[in-house]
Design a protein around this ligand. Structure first.
Ligand code: ADP
Length: 400
């Protein structure tokens, strides 16, 4: 079985064709500058097939982009499948499923209408996801399509975790609550953690740290998300590459009044000019921070310390929330690669049974137990694979 996974943005579209049973990746790539001119990248994973790297393909709309993807996948010379019949289903990443979607779902007309109703909750993302789905439906009539939501995994949170202490009417009338994001990643790595530990997900209390350019932490109790650090939007929780994470809302009033900023200007600063980049005055990339810190840059060092300190505080908070923790998972760009950050997070957690193995912590980019053999709480390095999770969910739904 082959599943095409599509992640459509407003002017770009990422895709992968993979086998959900074996995890084999057949091809992946990217369409960029959709609606402008169009650049197409195609990376077949089969020996002897040729890569296309940002070649010019006219893409006035997402339709031409998806057509380019399909043409490349079935191309007689460099394609990876014989015909369109060998693409069994399409899994679409959708950012926001609101309270309507607690799991992945086969796309029908009713489902499309319900996704559209979630647009106000993610005005920059959901409309683009919908355009991608519609373009695919038009080009692949009869091929089943599944929507996989970033928010769905967190729909199991109890009200005390997802409610804000605001007037209740803002929840009832306006749907203001914590939704959480990165759900596909947290779900995938939680499942892998259970497999690595030889346990059932129901038996485990896990803290999943997705630390990338965007970062979030989830408390996963018995296979279900019970709390997560992102909120109504992905701006909440940890400091990130350029996002501030949580802060005192009173700061907004103070700075907006002082500098005559409107809310869009303020939010632009919180989303794009803050986080470790804002604090370090160096970069949003943790590799740059490490280099700068090693060269004596105090602000870069502070940014790393601040980030690791906030991750550590969530670990403590979620262990308390769940009444214990069996394993801490590190995933995504920083979590998978940055041994220094992992060490800083785990340092001082010995009292709660966390003992990192300095040698094992040198590893990167593959599934590893990085805690000491006698560590009560296991520490796991697990590369995330959101596309495989989307493909597996899609296959499960299509196969009934
Ligand atoms: P996104 O949220 O965009 O999906 P990723 O999960 O790909 O982000 O993470 C990207 C980030 O991972 C980079 O900005 C960088 O900070 C960090 N990163 C990648 N490789 C390394 C590395 N070798 N060492 C430290 N940090 C790394």
């Amino acid at each position: 079985m082959n599943i095409l996974v599509i992640n459509a943005g407003s002017s770009s579209l990422k895709y992968q064709l993979l086998n959900p049973e074996t995890g084999e990746l057949l091809a992946k790539g990217l369409c960029e500058r959709i609606g402008i001119d169009g650049k197409f990248t195609y990376k077949p994973q089969i020996a002897g097939k040729e890569t296309l790297d940002a070649v010019d393909v006219t893409m006035p709309t997402h339709s031409e982009a998806i057509q380019a993807v399909l043409d490349a996948l079935v191309d007689a010379k460099n394609g990876v499948v014989g015909s369109m019949k060998e693409i069994d289903a399409v899994g679409h990443r959708v950012v926001h499923g609101g309270e309507k979607f607690a799991k992945s779902v086969l796309i029908t007309d009713e489902v499309m209408a319900a996704i559209e109703e979630c647009n106000p909750l993610a005005p920059l993302h959901n409309p683009a996801n919908i355009i991608g789905i519609k373009a695919c439906q038009a080009l692949m009539p009869g091929t089943p399509m599944v929507a996989v939501f970033d928010t769905a995994f967190h729909q199991t949170m109890p009200p005390k975790a997802y409610m804000y202490a605001l007037p209740y009417a803002y929840y009832e009338n306006d749907k203001v609550r914590r939704y959480g994001f990165h759900g596909t990643s947290h779900k995938y790595v939680s499942g892998r953690a259970a497999a690595m530990l030889g346990k059932k997900p129901e038996e485990l209390k896990l803290i999943s740290c997705h630390l990338g350019n965007g970062s979030s932490i989830a408390a996963v109790d018995g296979g279900k998300s019970v709390d997560t650090s992102m909120g109504f939007t992905p701006l909440a929780g940890l400091p990130m590459g350029t996002r501030s994470g949580d802060l005192d809302a009173g700061i907004l009033q103070y700075l907006m009044n002082k500098y005559g900023m409107n809310i869009d200007e303020m939010l632009n600063i919180l989303n794009k000019k803050s986080g470790v980049e804002g604090l370090s005055c160096v970069s949003s990339d943790f590799r740059d921070l490490e280099n700068a810190a090693n060269n004596g840059d105090e602000k870069a060092k502070l940014a790393e310390e601040k980030f690791a300190y906030e991750v550590k505080k969530y670990v403590g908070a979620y262990a308390a929330a769940m009444g214990g923790v069996d394993a801490i998972i590190f995933t995504a760009g920083v979590g998978e690669n940055d041994k220094g950050i992992r060490a800083m997070v785990c340092e001082g957690l010995e009292y709660m049974g966390v003992k990192l193995d300095a040698e094992a912590n040198q590893g990167r980019g593959k599934e590893l137990v990085i805690s000491a053999p006698d560590s009560k709480v296991k520490v796991l390095l697990i590369p995330t694979n959101e596309e495989l999770m989307i493909a597996q969910d899609t296959a499960a739904i299509v196969n009934g």
